[in-house]
Design a binder for this molecule. Structure first.
Ligand code: UDP
Length: 364
């Protein structure tokens, strides 16, 4: 039996944990009692609202966290993970992505000499102003196994001279395949938002560089208003963006009959929205990839992306937060077919390979 501590905290990590925990359950169902993997989930509390956290546990079958912290402060997260690692024996720590919770998990594992395994290793935006870039570089430099989602991520790590790189593919692709039909059956979001019969663009904005900048939020909002003159726009608004946004601007979007502004939606609702949109506009890493998985063109509301393949193949365009560039990118992409090349993200069994590799690394 091996003991793993999985660190989560932010929305995308809970979704990633769904794929990993599913793979642990499959492993346990097919292995003897002595080879079982016991996974303990630690939730830092980085995201805590029902629609940013709880709903994903209910909907995606992620086991409830056995250890629950209640903090957004990096130093409190760090000491919380350290205490967890002191209070019980763990053979390894599983880290996802690039959030403050990832960083806390990486630093605590390093300090307590517990091997860390980094899922989504090797991604680089080459923009060190992004807090996520620092977090992922630290997690990659501390971790014993580096699970990369793409060729690009693997090459980035090779160029940095890293070892123990295992290209598994992307466990978010596993999730997109796994939940696609389930979303079709269970989600009523198209009817709830009254968009079942209409074409619409799906938009999300939450990156610090946009949400915390009044200017960027204004220029992006004006672009959404311009696009809303041609088609409906569905905007599930991240709580950070809502909090930071100028009240008048927010009211303008809310009162625009062509803009459907909602609270964040569940993952099944989100997949259903992505699958039925004509185009996606986002600064989210996960959402731009899901757009690609479901064959939708994407306007990326950033100046760079870690998922360069989708830009290189013409399925997505980097438009920053510039109104004119966003509208031009929309016009360029709206009727453009998206190449089918999901194999770039693996075979849909990335998480199963991770579990196998972690087990062998701990046992040998
Ligand atoms: N997502 C969701 N509901 C929403 C918005 C996003 O379930 O209202 C999902 C989305 O499908 C993707 C993940 O959240 O799987 C992306 O998370 P986020 O955009 O917060 O972070 P990033 O991917 O940029 O790290």
């Amino acid at each position: 039996m091996i003991q793993l501590l999985t660190i989560i905290g932010a929305r995308p990590q809970i979704i990633k944990a769904a794929a990993f925990s599913r793979a642990v359950a499959t492993w346990n169902a097919t292995h003897s009692p002595s080879e079982q993997i016991c996974e303990t989930i630690l939730h830092t509390g980085q995201h805590y609202d029902d629609n940013m956290s709880e709903v994903f546990f209910r909907e995606l079958g992620v086991p409830s966290p056995q250890i629950q912290l209640h903090t957004q402060l990096p130093e409190e997260m760090l000491s919380g993970v350290e205490q967890a690692l002191q209070s019980a024996h763990y053979d390894g720590v599983v880290l996802y992505g690039d959030t403050n919770s990832t960083l806390a998990g990486a630093k605590a594992a390093d300090k307590m000499h517990v091997p860390a395994f980094h899922v989504e290793a090797g991604l680089r935006s080459w923009n060190i102003q992004m807090p996520e870039e620092y977090n992922r570089i630290v997690a990659d430099s501390i971790s014993q196994l580096l699970f990369t989602p793409t060729d690009t991520a693997t090459n980035n790590l090779k160029q940095e001279g890293k070892e123990h790189i295992i290209q598994t593919g992307d466990l978010m692709y596993d999730n997109a395949l796994w939940f696609s039909d389930i979303a079709e059956q269970k989600s009523d979001v198209l009817h709830r938002l009254n968009i079942a019969e209409e074409p619409y663009v799906l938009a999300t904005v939450h990156r610090q560089s946009n949400a915390d900048s009044e200017w960027n939020m204004m220029t992006i909002s004006v672009a959404l208003e311009r696009i809303a003159e041609k088609t409906k726009v569905v905007l599930p608004l991240h709580p950070r963006t809502r909090k930071e946004m100028d009240g008048d601007l927010l009211n303008r979007l809310i009162s625009n009959p062509q803009i459907v502004l909602t609270e964040p939606v569940s993952f099944l609702d989100m997949i259903q929205l992505e699958k039925n949109a004509t185009l996606v506009m986002t600064d989210s890493g996960g959402v731009q990839k899901e757009a690609f998985f479901f064959g939708k063109p994407c306007v990326i509301l950033r100046e760079e992306t870690e998922w360069v393949e989708i830009v290189d193949c013409g399925a997505a365009v980097l438009a920053g937060a510039d109104t004119e560039r966003i509208v031009r990118a929309y016009e360029l992409l709206i009727n453009k077919p998206v190449p089918q090349a999901s194999q770039w993200y693996g075979n849909g069994h990335a998480a199963e390979q991770m579990v196998k590799e972690i087990y062998s690394a701990i046992k040998h």
